[in-house]
Write a protein that binds this ligand. Structure first.
Ligand code: KDG
Length: 312
């Protein structure tokens, strides 16, 4: 296994037109979840990824399982919960760049994850543990599960990569900040957006956000800057990488997961950090041009077509 990730995946309902949800009458059903978005992205690029989670033993749980299985993600450590349902959520497309998310995930199956769910050998078989800041704020059990996964990863020599993925609707601001900072301090690489970096450190400039996060403990910080690309400060190297052009934003949700996919894939392929971040900006931009979190993630052939073109 190259990477293990863990978190909640839900069925995602997207309306077929723009406007407030109260006026919508038709939806398409997709799936989404930050960690499984990354798992799918990496699998499409040929990496071996395992996703750990709990799903409700219901039709939505089976839909998610089937989809991820079809993509080739390893699901050996996914458990079915016979008491609690699979979470769902709705995207409210106010316009192409302004999307609100409405969750129905309280007491979902995934929110009942617990440290005992983790199989140490499974995690130890990988090189990287990827986590997001969404899972640890879902419940006490999820928080403890994430800390346990990090402990296992560290004991077995895996790198821990953390995307804070701040969701202010899931938890109070102070609690989110405490939890995300605690996990940042345990991670080797942190991938915040600029706003998240500012929320966590109180600093506004990318260089200062990175320095503050280094002081918390992570040796690698890569900050997403949207239209301005990304900034990295990584094991003594630092610099900016430009954004990859976006022809038209169709759905910005999931761009951060596309970015994480690119950075992780680049590191697994042995690229230097600048090229890995470049891969992140390319994949993040591709995701925004397609409806859904995962539908715009490229396969290896498409990615190479774009990156070879960029070299000329
Ligand atoms: O990163 C995109 C995801 O955040 C979203 O689509 C679903 O994982 C999700 C969440 O919990 O918000």
């Amino acid at each position: 296994m190259d990477i293990i990730t863990l978190g909640e995946t839900m069925v995602l309902f997207t309306p077929n037109k723009a406007g407030m949800l109260r006026y919508m009458d038709q939806y398409s059903a997709q799936i989404g979840g930050s960690e499984s978005n990354v798992a799918i992205g990496l699998t499409r690029l040929g990496h071996k990824v395992g996703w750990i989670s709990r799903l409700g033993s219901d039709e939505f749980g089976y839909k998610i399982l089937q989809f991820l299985r079809g993509e080739g993600v390893d699901l050996n450590e996914v458990k079915f919960d016979h008491e609690n349902p699979t979470g769902i959520y709705f995207k409210e497309m106010l316009n192409s760049e302004e999307v609100r998310v409405q969750y129905f995930r309280k007491n979902s199956a995934a929110s009942y994850m617990k440290p005992d769910d983790l199989n140490e050998e499974y995690i130890a078989s990988a090189k990287i543990l990827h986590i997001s800041g969404i899972t640890p704020v879902l419940s006490k059990g999820c928080y403890e599960t994430i800390l346990k996964a990090i402990e296992i990863a560290k004991n077995n020599g895996l790198k821990v990569v953390f995307d804070p993925n701040l969701r202010k609707t899931l938890c109070s601001e102070q609690k989110s900040k405490d939890i995300l900072l605690e996990i940042s301090s345990l991670a080797d690489i942190v991938l915040p957006g600029k706003g998240e970096g500012q929320f966590l450190t109180g600093e506004a400039k990318p260089e200062r956000i990175a320095n503050a996060l280094h002081e918390y403990g992570s040796s690698g910080v890569v900050i997403k800057l949207g239209e301005e690309g990304a900034y990295f400060s990584f094991e003594g190297n630092d610099g900016y990488v430009p954004a990859h052009p976006v022809k038209q934003v169709v759905d910005p949700v999931g761009a951060g997961d596309g970015f994480a996919t690119g950075v992780l894939s680049g590191l697994l392929d042995g690229l230097n950090i600048k090229s890995a971040v470049r891969r992140g900006t390319v994949i993040g931009s591709l995701v925004t041009m397609v409806q859904g979190d995962i539908e715009g993630l490229p396969d290896r052939k498409r990615l190479e077509g774009i990156t070879n073109y960029l070299k000329h």
